[in-house]
Design a protein around this ligand. Structure first.
Ligand code: PLP
Length: 401
């Protein structure tokens, strides 16, 4: 690469619009979508040279990289404050790629117990099948991390804010314990979003996102990304990813690249609405609990405030009267839709015990606080007053049955 003159560090919203742009010879304003599986070389010698080392604007094959995908990778790396990124077909391809590329038989992993169902599957069913030992801990208890991490521990894994009960894990303290034995810290950072995340600054080695969530934020496509140092991404992650086929499609990369331009605006507006709704619902008849890190009664309220400048776009509500009342509540909502995505422009509600966390045993659910009355609300871009009204009338309907 040419030595560019030192540029002033631009603010995140400027980078969200400009970082990573690669213009073609036509000088297009909106980033181009390169729907191509391969690339041509001027000469046989040029082909040979490219297979030895690819430069920043040189590509070989769609499974290894693509200009539109590279624009997405560079833009999100810039927003996350990471040196490099590898984009993947889905969030789960990213979680799988980050863990499997790091680990081998005989290694030990410590993970927080409160995990997205598919992440739990990778840790419990896949890694163990290949001789990796996994210990689960209560992620909010530092003593449990301290007791579980040992010299053979090669990685720790957790969701920075857990789904659906919104526990917040102290990244810097867990990273200190992991790094003391040379273990890598891998986090699933979906709920924090790149807008609030300072995971890398707090010591995380690989940050993973499902881009399907806030990054798309408009319910259109699947995607994921693994972020970290250039060394980790190019030496550890890329060889595994490019040979095993979890590449992001250029079409999805284009959608997600354009979505990054508005991510900050969307997520901040959604977080503001979530706080408004959490405040409005506190003490409301028919609710036994309102769980949101932005409320002062949340067990990690102070930690969340230290770690992120806003507490996120998801809230959990425990409806009095268990599953029957929770179902009546969901069915009475007029604006908020029943679905299982999150981070979307449309407000979405789900009943974890019977959907996303159905696979868990009753005992596992009890341990995670996933009661029969618990619902998870992802707050969208609608006017928060309309959402509060929708929630209040549905609560009244759930109680009057
Ligand atoms: C959705 C989600 C995933 C999986 O992402 P996909 O894009 O659906 O593969 C992983 N972790 C968390 C926390 C999620 O919310």
């Amino acid at each position: 690469m040419k030595d560019a003159p030192a540029k002033p560090v631009l603010k995140p919203r400027t980078r969200a619009v400009h970082a990573g742009t690669r213009r073609s010879q036509y000088g297009e304003v909106s980033e181009a979508m390169f729907l191509t599986q391969g690339f041509v070389y001027d000469t046989a010698e040029a082909a040979e040279a490219r297979f030895i080392e690819t430069g920043p604007d040189e590509f070989i094959y769609g499974r290894y990289g693509n200009p539109t995908v590279a624009m997405f990778e560079e833009r999100i790396a810039s927003l996350e404050g990471a040196e490099d990124a590898f984009a993947t077909a889905s969030g789960m391809a990213a979680v799988n790629g980050a863990l499997v590329s790091l680990l081998k038989a005989g290694d030990h992993v410590v993970a927080a117990r409160a995990l997205f169902g598919s992440c739990l599957y990778i840790l419990e069913e896949v890694l163990t099948r290949y001789g990796v030992e996994v210990t689960f801990v209560d992620g909010t208890e530092l003593d449990q991390w301290r007791a579980a991490i040992r010299p053979e521990t090669k990685a720790v894994f957790f969701e920075t804010i857990s789904n659906p009960t919104l526990e917040v894990i102290d990244i810097a303290s867990v990273a200190d314990l992991a790094h003391a034995v040379g273990a890598k810290v891998v986090v699933d950072n979906v709920f924090a979003t790149p807008v609030y995340s300072n995971a890398i600054a707090q010591g995380v080695d690989l940050v993973v996102y499902s881009a399907t969530k806030h990054i798309d934020g408009q319910g259109r496509c699947l995607g994921g990304v693994i972020l970290g140092t250039r060394e980790m991404i190019r030496k550890t992650v890329e060889p595994y990813m490019k040979h095993t086929g979890g590449a992001m499609s250029p079409f999805n990369a284009w959608v997600l690249l354009k979505s990054l331009e508005t991510l900050d605006l969307r997520v901040r507006a959604q977080s503001d609405s979530t706080q408004t709704i959490a405040d409005a619902l506190q003490g409301q008849a028919g609710l036994s609990r309102v769980i949101y890190p932005g409320l002062s009664d949340h067990p990690q309220h102070a930690l969340a405030a230290r770690m992120m400048d806003r507490p996120g776009t998801v809230i959990a509500l425990d409806i009095e009267g268990g599953q029957a009342a929770a179902f009546r509540f969901l069915n009475a909502l007029q604006i908020i839709t029943i679905s299982n995505n999150l981070g979307d422009a449309k407000s979405i509600i789900t009943h974890p015990a019977t959907t996303t966390h159905q696979r868990l045993s009753e005992e596992q659910r009890d341990r995670l606080g996933i009661t029969r009355g618990l619902v998870r609300l992802s707050v969208g871009l609608e006017d928060p007053e309309d959402l509060v009204e929708d929630l209040r009338s549905a609560l009244a309907a759930a109680r009057s049955a």
